[in-house]
Design a protein around this ligand. Structure first.
Ligand SMILES: Cc1cc2nc3c(=O)[nH]c(=O)nc-3n(C[C@H](O)[C@H](O)[C@H](O)COP(=O)(O)O)c2cc1C
Length: 396
């Protein structure tokens, strides 16, 4: 069928592009949309590998039907991941293809019953098990907690395609190109980092384990459930996910601030300028206006973070408080922090920032700049000094 790219021999993309959902997981903006990638392997037996979100069933089903040989039906649905953006279509799919067997591991099948009831034929597979489709041999690799407990990957030993589930995935619809040799890689990598940081990052250690486990697999194509399919450079998404999971950083700085009346901002401006003069032009975000999904993605690869905000009702300015909660949930590590705060009477933000650093065992680079009101010329000098110290530490 026209418009259904072949990922490998007998293997077709039957996913859908979603430009309708504003917020992925009702949380994360999708300026470039998102794709739910699913794949059909047409062999003696026909296997659908992952499905799509329920709303997009008609589109998905149309693509599957266009590829099914006459008088053939789906034999298997391989479920690499139970999250509803890949399984929402299951209920109807199994009524359209009543003889289809659902394939998953023990945890998948438990979840399947919980989400969609038990009325289908199921095949439970374990780590290393194979399913022979005729000429294609599918091997199952259990990779738990990337980012749900049942996550697994399916490797087609005949074509070298790794159907990796959410691992190595990214935001961004694939209607401007499905493959890594067709797309604006810079944009797709940014959206991939945003997907990684917002969806998967907390489970970085499990991603690293999965990558280690997959090292011996001779993969030729990486086909995740979201975003770009990697056929020219299949090792790149693996390297990127490994690096982001390990929280390896670049020698760069992010300045994240909130400011109601400009007092904190005046201090931040000086620190940012001083960093720029040292060749470390920082990425700067106003946390009240930049969506946290962009902020977290942008700071993820920065070694240095300047966090700046006023005291608000004895604690942190609320958008900063929620950003720090997100970072704590993602088990942020390996960063150098700088703090800038302003207050009017008893303060509180500084204490909260220091408690955050302590809980995460992150080093705070001096001086901590804490200013009553607008701040004096000496306070501004302290900001420049903080920038200088941070720059020294990062470059050393
Ligand atoms: C709603 C609100 C609550 C505040 N709560 C506190 C507080 O609990 N303790 C304090 O010392 N200052 C408090 N302040 C004062 C601010 O921290 C102070 O004015 C600061 O300079 C504001 O910085 P900004 O101009 O960067 O927003 C509060 C200000 C506002 C508007």
């Amino acid at each position: 069928m026209i418009g259904l790219p072949a990922v490998a021999r007998d293997t077709y993309w039957v996913g859908v592009n979603d430009h309708e959902t504003d917020l992925f997981e009702a949380l994360w903006p999708l300026p470039y949309g998102v794709s739910y990638n699913a794949y059909l392997v047409v062999d003696n037996k026909i296997a659908l590998i992952d499905a799509v979100k329920g709303h997009f069933l008609a589109d998905h089903l149309g693509k599957i039907r266009a590829l099914l040989p006459a008088h053939k039906s789906l034999d298997y649905l391989i479920i690499n991941h139970m999250e509803p953006d890949h399984t929402g279509a299951i209920d109807i799919l199994r009524s359209v293809f009543p003889h289809m067997t659902l394939v998953g591991n023990k945890k998948t099948l438990e979840m399947l019953r919980a989400f969609y009831g038990a009325d289908s034929a199921c095949l439970e597979v374990g780590d290393g098990d194979e399913l022979d489709l005729g000429t294609h041999r599918l091997q199952f690799h259990l990779t738990p907690m990337v980012h749900w407990p049942e996550t697994m990957m399916t490797f087609d030993a005949t074509t070298g395609v790794l159907f990796s589930g959410d691992a190595f995935g990214g935001f961004g619809a694939v209607d401007r190109g499905l493959f890594d040799d067709e797309v604006n890689l810079e944009l797709m990598q940014r959206e991939m980092l945003r997907y990684f940081t917002n969806i998967v990052a907390r489970y970085g250690q499990m991603v690293i384990k999965a990558i280690e486990k997959l090292r011996p697999v001779p993969l030729r194509v990486v086909a995740p459930t979201h975003g770009t399919v990697w056929r020219r450079n299949p090792s790149l998404p693996v390297e990127l996910y490994a690096r982001w999971s390990a929280q390896e950083c670049d020698p760069t700085v992010a300045v994240i601030y909130g400011s109601m009346y400009g007092n904190t901002y005046r201090l931040v401006e000086v620190a940012a300028r001083a960093l720029t003069e040292r060749g470390l032009a920082p990425v700067v975000h106003d946390i009240a206006r930049s969506h946290a999904s962009h902020v977290v993605a942008d700071l993820w690869t920065c070694k240095g973070l300047i966090l700046a905000c006023p005291t608000y009702n004895t604690g942190l300015f609320p958008p900063m408080e929620s950003l720090l909660a997100l970072l704590e949930n993602k088990l942020l590590k390996n960063r150098l922090l700088g703090f800038v705060t302003s207050y009017a009477w008893a303060g509180g933000a500084r204490k909260a920032l220091e408690a955050f650093a302590q809980r995460l065992s992150l080093e705070v680079v001096p001086p901590v700049v804490e200013v009553k009101g607008a701040g004096t010329a000496q306070d501004l000098e302290q900001c420049a000094l903080l920038a200088a110290h941070l720059a020294e530490r990062i470059s050393s």
